[in-house]
Design a protein around this ligand. Sequence first.
Ligand code: 5GP
Length: 125
Amino acid sequence: MAVAATGDYDDNNIFARILRGEIPSQRVFENDWAVAFHDINPQAPVHVLVIPRGRWRSWADFAARAGEAEIAGFVRAVGQVAHDLGLEEPGYRLLANAGLDAHQEVPHLHVHLFGGRPLGPMLAR
Ligand code: 5GP
């Protein structure tokens, strides 16, 4: 079910529980700012989710209120994961869904990282 991009942060959302270790995940990266793990329902040969450790619901929320070190840490983590997974060549796609029209399902900021095959046009028509 899609969720709104705005509203109070829900500490019981699935990614908050993954961060706390209450739900298992296949982690490929973690540091002080971010955690990356395989999506449970992959849409490409590589489909990894990168999430900040902080309690942020959407990109706009994060951009407006997170500290500069946290923003830099998260953005750098996304780039490092793409690099570490060997995706800079032949390429990869980043996607961040926010709110109802984008069909965001989990109300914790996350960036999808897709790769491992030619990904085709940007959006389904
Ligand atoms: P959204 O639509 O919010 O951008 O994407 C949420 C993503 O989280 C989906 O691709 C979905 O497959 C993934 N997901 C949902 N629940 C879990 C889970 O428990 N573990 C993992 N690893 N991924 C999940």
